[in-house]
Design a protein around this ligand. Sequence first.
Ligand SMILES: Nc1ncnc2c1ncn2[C@@H]1O[C@H](COP(=O)(O)OP(=O)(O)OP(=O)(O)O)[C@@H](O)[C@H]1O
Ligand SMILES: [Mg+2]
Length: 275
Amino acid sequence: MTTNTLPALELAASDGHTGDMNRDTGLAASALAVRGLTVSYGTKPAVFSIDATVPKASMTAIVGPNGAGKSTFLKAVLGIIPRLSGAAYVDGKPLETMRRAIAYVPQRASVDWDFPTRVRDVVTMGQFRSLGLLGFIRPAHRKKTLECLERVGMADFADRQIGQLSGGQQQRVFLARALAQDAGLYLLDEPFAGVDAATEKAIIDVLKGLKAEGKTVVCVHHDLATVSDYFDHVLMLNIRKIAEGPVTTTFTGPMLQETYGGRLATTHIDQLKLD
Ligand SMILES: Nc1ncnc2c1ncn2[C@@H]1O[C@H](COP(=O)(O)OP(=O)(O)OP(=O)(O)O)[C@@H](O)[C@H]1O
Ligand SMILES: [Mg+2]
C-alpha cells in the first residue's frame, strides 16, 4: 500500500483538479468524470494521471491486460484505496458527496465468501442506507430483496448461505445486491468472469435494462470479442489511459495493440471483426 496518508480530497485539491470545475465542461454532462488520477502501491504508479469521462446512460467497458490497473482505478475512484492525486465527480459533483448514487460490485476473486450469511441478507444489506439508524428491516425491504433476486434468477436461493453457492450464482447475488441499492451509477469489476453462457446472458440483460432506465453502467471487461456487442463506450487502460470514446471509433486494432503492448496476436484482432 502507499505510504501516503493524506486524505484523498486534500490531495485532489493540491493538484488543481477541484478548483477548475466550472471550466471543465465534461463534468456536468457526464455520469462519472475522473481527473488526474494517479495511484501507487509503492514507488511505481499502478494508475498514472488518468482523465476519463463516462457519458450518462452509457454502457462503458474498461479494458486492458492483467495488472493494467483496472481494479485499482475503480477502487481509487471510489476512495476505497487512497489516491496519490486526482479527483472523481458523479453528475458533476464531487464523488464523496454522491456515494448514495453509486453501486459497486468488486472483482469476485477479491471477496471472502466464507462468512456465514444468507443470500437474502447479502441483498438486504444493499439497502442499508434506507434501513435507518437501527437497521430495521421492513416489509418493503424484504419485498425489494426478493424482487432483485428475481431479476437475476436467484429467488429460489434466498435462504441459502452465500458460501454454498457456485461462483456464477454468487456473482448473480452480488448483482442483486447492487440492484437493491437503487443507484444511478453501477461500477462492476469483471461481472462476467468465470460465469457460464446462461449467467452471462442473465447479467447482460439486467445491465442493459439498467441502461434502458437511464442508468450508467461501467464494467471492467476481459472478453474482447463481446465488447462491441455489450458496450457503447470504452476506456482502454494500461497504467496510463490509452484511449477512450465510443466503441465504434475507439475500439480499433491499433488501439488494442497499444493497450496490450503488442501482445495480442494479429489473428486475434482480426477475429474481433472490428469496423
Ligand atoms: N494491494 C496491493 N498492493 C500492492 N500492489 C498491488 C495491490 N493491488 C494491486 N497491486 C498491483 O497493482 C497493479 C494493478 O493491479 P490491478 O489489480 O489494479 O490490475 P487489474 O488491471 O485489475 O488486473 P486483472 O485484470 O488481473 O484484474 C498490479 O501490478 C498489481 O500487482
Ligand atoms: Mg482486476
